[in-house]
Design a protein around this ligand. Structure first.
Ligand code: 5GP
Length: 204
């Protein structure tokens, strides 16, 4: 029987740099994993590719996916829907691949309820000021949206207590190194490997 892969959930406040950290992990192939592509109703940003960055869908299509039970979790965030298609995640885990989800804190909470064995990593900004600057510098959002995101972020930081690990995103390279160390440690955690050793002992 193939060993189930690890479900890695990278979350944290909007603007903390989850997307950048995820992209760095993907681009540099920091550790082997499959990435779960989310579905969203927001418009693509310049350079984003349908099916790679997100599945960009209409509200009607998103609602149909909810009704058909095709989403592991979903959330409405600053006026748009975001969700994780469940089929690919379960199939990749069953095939023994680690799966990375980069989702907001509400989504992560729902995933924790359904898949408590996941590894939940909370990315934090060095401080809230840095977070504001990052959102402004990105220049893709209006002032009103930025204010909404900052307010949301202040609340989101307090949910850290529901996570297994916290990683400070002071630099992307540091954050990526810490996440790599977490994944490596989780792979050799006794609670995760004990069953396969028990089996080995029994067969001898
Ligand atoms: P953005 O619009 O900047 O790409 O993403 C906005 C927020 O939605 C980010 O916090 C991002 O992590 C989150 N997000 C992206 N995909 C999903 C998803 O599938 N589910 C949930 N709940 N949040 C998501």
């Amino acid at each position: 029987m193939t060993k189930q892969g690890l479900l890695l959930v990278l979350s944290g406040p909007s603007g903390v740099g989850k997307g950048t950290v995820k992209s760095a992990i993907v681009k540099n192939k920091v550790f082997p994993f499959e990435y779960s592509v989310s579905m969203t109703t927001r418009a693509p940003r310049p350079g984003e590719v349908d099916g790679r960055d997100y599945y960009f869908v209409t509200v009607a299509e998103f609602k149909a996916a909810i009704a058909q039970g095709n989403l592991l979790e979903y959330n409405q965030y600053v006026g748009n829907y975001y969700g994780t298609p469940v089929g690919p995640v379960k199939a990749m885990l069953a095939a023994g691949h680690d799966v990375l989800l980069e989702i907001d804190v509400n989504g992560a909470k729902k995933v924790r309820e359904k898949m408590p064995d996941g590894v939940f990593i909370f990315l934090t900004p060095p401080d809230l000021h840095t977070l504001h600057l990052r959102l402004e510098n990105r220049g893709t959002e209006t002032e009103e949206v930025i204010r909404g995101r900052i307010e949301q972020a202040s609340k989101e930081i307090l949910v850290m207590q529901d996570y297994d690990y916290t990683v400070v995103n002071d630099t992307v390279a540091n954050a990526v190194d810490h996440i790599k160390a977490i994944v490596e440690a989780e792979h050799v955690s006794v609670s995760r490997v004990i069953d396969s050793y028990r089996k080995m002992v029994k067969e001898n």
